[in-house]
Design a protein around this ligand. Structure first.
Ligand code: ATP
Length: 366
Protein backbone atom coordinates (compact mmCIF):
# COMPACT_ATOMS: atom_id res chain seq x y z
CA UNK A 1 0.00 0.00 0.00
CA UNK A 2 1.44 3.33 -1.08
CA UNK A 3 1.36 6.01 1.64
CA UNK A 4 1.36 9.70 0.73
CA UNK A 5 1.79 12.64 3.08
CA UNK A 6 0.80 15.91 1.49
CA UNK A 7 1.55 19.29 3.10
CA UNK A 8 1.14 17.70 6.51
CA UNK A 9 1.58 19.99 9.50
CA UNK A 10 0.96 19.42 13.19
CA UNK A 11 1.04 22.33 15.61
CA UNK A 12 0.43 21.62 19.30
CA UNK A 13 -1.30 24.63 20.85
CA UNK A 14 0.50 26.71 23.45
CA UNK A 15 -0.29 25.92 27.08
CA UNK A 16 0.12 29.31 28.72
CA UNK A 17 -0.66 32.80 27.50
CA UNK A 18 2.20 34.37 25.61
CA UNK A 19 3.93 31.07 24.79
CA UNK A 20 4.01 29.92 21.18
CA UNK A 21 2.66 26.56 20.02
CA UNK A 22 5.01 23.74 19.05
CA UNK A 23 5.36 22.95 15.36
CA UNK A 24 6.02 19.22 15.69
CA UNK A 25 5.72 18.51 11.96
CA UNK A 26 6.02 21.20 9.32
CA UNK A 27 4.73 20.83 5.77
CA UNK A 28 5.77 17.19 5.33
CA UNK A 29 5.58 15.94 1.76
CA UNK A 30 6.63 12.45 0.90
CA UNK A 31 5.49 9.24 -0.70
CA UNK A 32 6.30 5.76 0.55
CA UNK A 33 6.06 3.30 -2.34
CA UNK A 34 4.12 0.08 -1.77
CA UNK A 35 6.14 -2.49 0.15
CA UNK A 36 8.96 -0.18 1.24
CA UNK A 37 10.41 0.08 4.72
CA UNK A 38 11.27 3.65 5.55
CA UNK A 39 12.96 4.95 8.66
CA UNK A 40 12.05 8.27 10.24
CA UNK A 41 15.33 9.35 11.78
CA UNK A 42 16.27 12.32 13.91
CA UNK A 43 17.14 13.47 17.42
CA UNK A 44 14.72 13.52 20.32
CA UNK A 45 11.89 15.99 19.78
CA UNK A 46 12.32 16.29 15.99
CA UNK A 47 8.77 15.12 15.32
CA UNK A 48 9.24 11.44 14.42
CA UNK A 49 6.58 10.06 16.75
CA UNK A 50 4.19 12.86 15.84
CA UNK A 51 4.58 11.97 12.16
CA UNK A 52 3.92 8.31 12.94
CA UNK A 53 0.89 9.22 15.06
CA UNK A 54 -0.48 11.30 12.20
CA UNK A 55 -0.14 8.32 9.85
CA UNK A 56 -1.82 6.02 12.39
CA UNK A 57 -4.63 8.48 13.12
CA UNK A 58 -3.81 8.74 16.83
CA UNK A 59 -3.31 12.46 16.16
CA UNK A 60 -5.09 14.79 13.77
CA UNK A 61 -3.07 17.09 11.52
CA UNK A 62 -3.45 20.86 11.77
CA UNK A 63 -3.15 20.97 7.99
CA UNK A 64 -2.56 18.62 5.09
CA UNK A 65 -3.70 15.20 3.99
CA UNK A 66 -2.73 11.54 4.24
CA UNK A 67 -3.52 8.96 1.58
CA UNK A 68 -3.26 5.18 1.71
CA UNK A 69 -3.23 4.25 -1.96
CA UNK A 70 -5.98 6.44 -3.44
CA UNK A 71 -7.97 6.59 -0.16
CA UNK A 72 -7.90 9.87 1.72
CA UNK A 73 -7.60 8.59 5.32
CA UNK A 74 -7.04 12.01 6.93
CA UNK A 75 -10.36 11.97 8.80
CA UNK A 76 -10.52 8.23 9.52
CA UNK A 77 -10.05 7.03 13.11
CA UNK A 78 -7.09 4.68 13.70
CA UNK A 79 -9.24 1.54 13.86
CA UNK A 80 -10.57 2.17 10.34
CA UNK A 81 -7.20 2.83 8.72
CA UNK A 82 -5.89 -0.73 8.73
CA UNK A 83 -2.65 0.04 10.54
CA UNK A 84 -0.63 -2.22 12.83
CA UNK A 85 1.18 -0.41 15.62
CA UNK A 86 4.18 -1.48 17.68
CA UNK A 87 5.60 0.72 20.42
CA UNK A 88 8.77 0.76 22.49
CA UNK A 89 6.93 -0.67 25.50
CA UNK A 90 5.34 -3.81 24.20
CA UNK A 91 2.01 -3.15 25.96
CA UNK A 92 0.95 -6.80 26.06
CA UNK A 93 -1.92 -7.95 28.25
CA UNK A 94 -0.11 -9.53 31.24
CA UNK A 95 -2.92 -11.93 32.18
CA UNK A 96 -3.32 -13.34 28.65
CA UNK A 97 -1.21 -16.04 27.02
CA UNK A 98 0.85 -15.32 23.92
CA UNK A 99 -1.88 -16.95 21.83
CA UNK A 100 -4.61 -14.80 23.38
CA UNK A 101 -2.53 -11.65 23.07
CA UNK A 102 -2.04 -12.28 19.36
CA UNK A 103 -5.67 -13.13 18.61
CA UNK A 104 -6.98 -10.18 20.65
CA UNK A 105 -7.34 -7.78 17.66
CA UNK A 106 -9.20 -10.47 15.69
CA UNK A 107 -11.93 -10.55 18.35
CA UNK A 108 -12.97 -7.05 17.30
CA UNK A 109 -13.71 -8.03 13.71
CA UNK A 110 -17.37 -7.70 12.78
CA UNK A 111 -19.70 -8.63 9.92
CA UNK A 112 -18.18 -10.58 7.04
CA UNK A 113 -14.73 -10.45 8.60
CA UNK A 114 -15.82 -12.10 11.87
CA UNK A 115 -13.80 -15.26 12.63
CA UNK A 116 -14.48 -18.36 14.72
CA UNK A 117 -12.09 -19.15 17.60
CA UNK A 118 -10.34 -22.00 15.70
CA UNK A 119 -9.92 -19.71 12.66
CA UNK A 120 -8.39 -17.04 14.87
CA UNK A 121 -6.04 -19.56 16.47
CA UNK A 122 -4.95 -20.86 13.07
CA UNK A 123 -4.24 -17.32 11.88
CA UNK A 124 -2.37 -16.48 15.12
CA UNK A 125 -0.23 -19.58 14.74
CA UNK A 126 0.69 -18.67 11.15
CA UNK A 127 1.86 -15.24 12.26
CA UNK A 128 3.61 -16.66 15.33
CA UNK A 129 5.59 -18.96 12.99
CA UNK A 130 6.57 -15.97 10.89
CA UNK A 131 8.01 -14.17 13.92
CA UNK A 132 9.32 -17.45 15.37
CA UNK A 133 7.44 -17.58 18.66
CA UNK A 134 5.15 -20.48 17.79
CA UNK A 135 6.77 -22.58 20.54
CA UNK A 136 5.74 -20.11 23.24
CA UNK A 137 1.99 -19.81 22.65
CA UNK A 138 0.90 -20.91 26.16
CA UNK A 139 3.22 -18.62 28.09
CA UNK A 140 2.30 -15.31 29.67
CA UNK A 141 4.30 -12.14 28.89
CA UNK A 142 6.12 -12.24 32.26
CA UNK A 143 7.56 -15.63 31.22
CA UNK A 144 9.19 -14.19 28.07
CA UNK A 145 12.41 -12.28 27.39
CA UNK A 146 12.20 -8.69 26.15
CA UNK A 147 12.97 -9.78 22.60
CA UNK A 148 10.27 -12.45 22.71
CA UNK A 149 7.76 -9.95 24.09
CA UNK A 150 8.54 -7.59 21.25
CA UNK A 151 7.95 -10.41 18.75
CA UNK A 152 4.54 -11.03 20.32
CA UNK A 153 3.77 -7.32 19.95
CA UNK A 154 4.82 -7.48 16.29
CA UNK A 155 2.70 -10.62 15.74
CA UNK A 156 -0.29 -8.87 17.31
CA UNK A 157 0.21 -5.89 15.00
CA UNK A 158 0.45 -8.18 11.96
CA UNK A 159 -2.37 -10.61 12.66
CA UNK A 160 -5.02 -8.47 10.95
CA UNK A 161 -2.71 -8.08 7.95
CA UNK A 162 -2.56 -4.30 8.22
CA UNK A 163 -2.20 -2.10 5.16
CA UNK A 164 0.63 -0.24 6.89
CA UNK A 165 2.87 -1.31 9.77
CA UNK A 166 4.06 1.47 12.10
CA UNK A 167 6.92 0.83 14.52
CA UNK A 168 7.89 3.46 17.10
CA UNK A 169 11.38 2.82 18.51
CA UNK A 170 10.53 -0.90 18.77
CA UNK A 171 14.04 -1.95 19.78
CA UNK A 172 14.81 0.62 22.48
CA UNK A 173 14.14 -1.70 25.39
CA UNK A 174 16.41 -4.48 24.12
CA UNK A 175 20.08 -4.97 24.89
CA UNK A 176 22.67 -4.35 22.17
CA UNK A 177 22.89 -7.92 20.85
CA UNK A 178 19.17 -8.46 20.84
CA UNK A 179 18.67 -5.15 19.08
CA UNK A 180 20.92 -6.29 16.26
CA UNK A 181 19.19 -9.65 15.99
CA UNK A 182 15.67 -8.22 16.23
CA UNK A 183 16.30 -5.55 13.62
CA UNK A 184 17.37 -8.25 11.17
CA UNK A 185 14.21 -10.14 12.07
CA UNK A 186 12.02 -7.10 11.45
CA UNK A 187 13.63 -6.65 8.08
CA UNK A 188 13.00 -10.30 7.20
CA UNK A 189 9.39 -10.18 8.38
CA UNK A 190 8.80 -6.99 6.42
CA UNK A 191 10.28 -8.55 3.26
CA UNK A 192 8.19 -11.70 3.66
CA UNK A 193 4.91 -9.88 4.25
CA UNK A 194 5.60 -6.98 1.84
CA UNK A 195 3.72 -4.62 4.17
CA UNK A 196 4.61 -0.94 3.76
CA UNK A 197 6.38 -0.09 7.01
CA UNK A 198 7.43 3.07 8.82
CA UNK A 199 10.10 2.63 11.47
CA UNK A 200 10.85 5.44 13.92
CA UNK A 201 14.31 5.59 15.44
CA UNK A 202 16.87 8.07 16.72
CA UNK A 203 19.63 5.51 16.07
CA UNK A 204 21.29 6.17 12.73
CA UNK A 205 22.93 2.76 12.67
CA UNK A 206 19.55 1.10 13.02
CA UNK A 207 18.02 3.30 10.32
CA UNK A 208 20.92 2.69 7.94
CA UNK A 209 20.82 -1.07 8.33
CA UNK A 210 17.10 -1.72 8.22
CA UNK A 211 15.50 0.66 5.77
CA UNK A 212 15.02 1.01 2.03
CA UNK A 213 14.96 4.77 2.49
CA UNK A 214 15.63 7.18 5.32
CA UNK A 215 13.84 10.41 6.09
CA UNK A 216 16.02 12.63 8.26
CA UNK A 217 14.09 15.16 10.36
CA UNK A 218 15.09 18.15 12.47
CA UNK A 219 12.67 20.37 14.39
CA UNK A 220 9.66 19.08 12.49
CA UNK A 221 11.22 19.67 9.08
CA UNK A 222 12.45 17.03 6.62
CA UNK A 223 16.14 17.54 5.94
CA UNK A 224 16.73 14.79 3.40
CA UNK A 225 15.07 11.69 1.94
CA UNK A 226 17.10 8.98 0.26
CA UNK A 227 18.56 5.51 0.28
CA UNK A 228 20.79 5.05 3.35
CA UNK A 229 24.00 4.95 1.32
CA UNK A 230 22.99 7.99 -0.74
CA UNK A 231 22.27 10.04 2.35
CA UNK A 232 25.58 8.98 3.90
CA UNK A 233 27.56 9.61 0.70
CA UNK A 234 25.84 12.85 -0.21
CA UNK A 235 24.41 14.69 2.80
CA UNK A 236 22.24 17.69 1.91
CA UNK A 237 23.42 19.82 4.82
CA UNK A 238 25.73 19.87 7.81
CA UNK A 239 23.04 18.55 10.17
CA UNK A 240 22.59 15.38 8.08
CA UNK A 241 26.36 14.97 7.69
CA UNK A 242 26.76 15.20 11.46
CA UNK A 243 23.85 12.93 12.26
CA UNK A 244 24.93 9.94 10.16
CA UNK A 245 28.09 7.95 10.72
CA UNK A 246 30.06 6.42 13.56
CA UNK A 247 32.57 7.70 14.45
CA UNK A 248 30.99 11.04 13.58
CA UNK A 249 32.15 13.15 10.68
CA UNK A 250 35.00 15.59 11.42
CA UNK A 251 34.10 19.24 10.88
CA UNK A 252 36.71 21.94 10.27
CA UNK A 253 36.44 25.67 9.94
CA UNK A 254 37.98 26.22 6.51
CA UNK A 255 37.97 28.40 3.42
CA UNK A 256 38.03 28.05 -0.33
CA UNK A 257 40.18 30.24 -2.52
CA UNK A 258 41.28 29.64 -6.09
CA UNK A 259 39.49 26.25 -6.17
CA UNK A 260 41.57 24.99 -3.26
CA UNK A 261 40.31 24.08 0.19
CA UNK A 262 42.39 25.62 2.95
CA UNK A 263 42.52 24.42 6.54
CA UNK A 264 44.74 26.70 8.59
CA UNK A 265 47.48 27.91 6.24
CA UNK A 266 47.55 24.78 4.08
CA UNK A 267 45.81 23.96 0.82
CA UNK A 268 44.54 20.47 1.65
CA UNK A 269 42.41 19.57 -1.39
CA UNK A 270 41.56 20.68 -4.93
CA UNK A 271 37.90 21.67 -5.06
CA UNK A 272 37.22 22.54 -8.74
CA UNK A 273 34.31 24.93 -9.26
CA UNK A 274 33.73 25.62 -5.55
CA UNK A 275 33.25 29.38 -5.01
CA UNK A 276 35.67 31.33 -2.81
CA UNK A 277 34.61 31.93 0.80
CA UNK A 278 34.50 30.65 4.35
CA UNK A 279 33.12 27.09 4.66
CA UNK A 280 32.61 24.18 6.99
CA UNK A 281 34.67 21.28 5.66
CA UNK A 282 33.37 17.92 6.92
CA UNK A 283 35.56 14.87 6.46
CA UNK A 284 34.36 11.31 7.04
CA UNK A 285 36.71 9.28 9.28
CA UNK A 286 37.52 7.02 6.32
CA UNK A 287 38.47 10.05 4.21
CA UNK A 288 41.93 10.53 5.77
CA UNK A 289 44.98 8.78 4.32
CA UNK A 290 48.08 8.86 6.55
CA UNK A 291 50.75 10.31 4.29
CA UNK A 292 54.07 11.75 5.45
CA UNK A 293 53.87 14.31 2.63
CA UNK A 294 50.16 14.97 3.19
CA UNK A 295 48.99 18.60 3.36
CA UNK A 296 46.76 18.34 6.47
CA UNK A 297 48.85 18.33 9.59
CA UNK A 298 47.30 17.50 12.98
CA UNK A 299 48.67 16.94 16.49
CA UNK A 300 48.81 13.22 17.13
CA UNK A 301 46.87 11.80 20.07
CA UNK A 302 46.54 8.05 20.39
CA UNK A 303 45.35 5.03 18.45
CA UNK A 304 41.92 3.75 19.39
CA UNK A 305 40.83 0.23 18.55
CA UNK A 306 37.13 0.18 17.82
CA UNK A 307 36.03 -3.35 17.06
CA UNK A 308 37.62 -4.21 13.69
CA UNK A 309 38.76 -0.68 13.00
CA UNK A 310 41.71 1.32 14.17
CA UNK A 311 41.15 5.02 14.50
CA UNK A 312 43.82 7.65 14.86
CA UNK A 313 42.85 10.34 17.33
CA UNK A 314 44.37 13.71 16.53
CA UNK A 315 43.75 17.39 17.22
CA UNK A 316 43.68 20.62 15.27
CA UNK A 317 42.93 24.23 16.17
CA UNK A 318 40.57 24.34 13.20
CA UNK A 319 38.53 21.28 14.17
CA UNK A 320 35.03 21.84 15.56
CA UNK A 321 34.99 18.36 17.12
CA UNK A 322 37.14 18.05 20.20
CA UNK A 323 38.90 15.02 18.70
CA UNK A 324 39.51 14.20 15.05
CA UNK A 325 38.88 10.52 14.41
CA UNK A 326 40.25 8.97 11.25
CA UNK A 327 39.79 5.31 10.44
CA UNK A 328 42.85 3.92 8.74
CA UNK A 329 43.69 0.66 7.07
CA UNK A 330 45.62 -1.80 9.18
CA UNK A 331 48.58 -1.57 6.75
CA UNK A 332 49.07 2.15 7.38
CA UNK A 333 52.10 2.97 9.48
CA UNK A 334 51.72 5.65 12.13
CA UNK A 335 54.78 6.80 14.03
CA UNK A 336 53.41 7.11 17.54
CA UNK A 337 56.59 8.83 18.73
CA UNK A 338 55.91 11.74 16.40
CA UNK A 339 54.09 14.85 17.63
CA UNK A 340 52.20 15.30 14.37
CA UNK A 341 50.36 13.15 11.87
CA UNK A 342 49.91 14.20 8.26
CA UNK A 343 47.07 13.24 6.02
CA UNK A 344 46.02 13.54 2.42
CA UNK A 345 42.27 13.45 1.81
CA UNK A 346 39.88 11.41 -0.32
CA UNK A 347 37.81 13.96 -2.27
CA UNK A 348 34.62 11.86 -2.17
CA UNK A 349 34.73 11.82 1.61
CA UNK A 350 35.02 15.58 1.97
CA UNK A 351 31.87 17.75 2.00
CA UNK A 352 31.72 21.53 2.03
CA UNK A 353 28.87 23.50 3.62
CA UNK A 354 27.98 27.18 3.68
CA UNK A 355 28.93 28.81 6.96
CA UNK A 356 25.55 30.55 7.40
CA UNK A 357 22.85 28.19 6.05
CA UNK A 358 24.93 25.01 6.46
CA UNK A 359 23.75 23.86 3.02
CA UNK A 360 26.02 21.79 0.84
CA UNK A 361 28.43 23.41 -1.62
CA UNK A 362 29.29 21.05 -4.46
CA UNK A 363 32.66 20.78 -6.15
CA UNK A 364 33.78 18.63 -9.06
CA UNK A 365 35.44 15.36 -8.25
CA UNK A 366 37.91 14.21 -10.88
P1 ATP B 1 11.53 11.30 20.85
O1 ATP B 1 12.58 10.60 20.06
O2 ATP B 1 12.06 11.98 22.08
O3 ATP B 1 10.31 10.48 21.09
P2 ATP B 1 10.26 12.61 18.58
O4 ATP B 1 11.19 12.97 17.47
O5 ATP B 1 9.42 11.43 18.41
O6 ATP B 1 11.07 12.57 19.94
P3 ATP B 1 7.80 14.05 19.05
O7 ATP B 1 7.38 13.19 20.18
O8 ATP B 1 7.11 13.87 17.75
O9 ATP B 1 9.37 13.92 18.81
O10 ATP B 1 7.70 15.58 19.50
C1 ATP B 1 7.94 16.68 18.62
C2 ATP B 1 7.71 17.98 19.36
O11 ATP B 1 6.32 18.10 19.68
C3 ATP B 1 8.45 18.08 20.69
O12 ATP B 1 8.87 19.42 20.84
C4 ATP B 1 7.40 17.72 21.71
O13 ATP B 1 7.65 18.38 22.94
C5 ATP B 1 6.13 18.24 21.07
N1 ATP B 1 4.94 17.43 21.45
C6 ATP B 1 4.75 16.12 21.22
N2 ATP B 1 3.55 15.71 21.67
C7 ATP B 1 2.94 16.81 22.20
C8 ATP B 1 1.68 17.07 22.83
N3 ATP B 1 0.78 16.09 22.98
N4 ATP B 1 1.42 18.32 23.25
C9 ATP B 1 2.32 19.31 23.09
N5 ATP B 1 3.52 19.15 22.50
C10 ATP B 1 3.84 17.93 22.05
Amino acid sequence: MKVVLSHLTKIFPARGRGSAGTVAASNLNFEIPDGELIALLGPSGCGKSTTLNLISGLQKPTEGKIFFGDDDVTDLPPENRGVGLVFQNYALYPHLTVMDNIIFPLGNLRGKERMSKPEMQKKALEIAKLVQIDGLMDRRPSELSGGQQQRVAIARALVKMPRVLLLDEPLSNLDARLRLQTREEIKRIQRETGITTVFVTHDQDEAMSISDRIIVMKEGVIQQIGKPQEVYDSPANLFVANFLGTPPINVFSASVSGEKLHIGGSAVLDVPNAPDGEVWAAIRPEGFIPDENGPLSCRLGELEVMGRDVSVVSFSDYSVNEKIRSIISSESKIDLASATVKFSLKPKKVFLFKKDTEERILFDIG
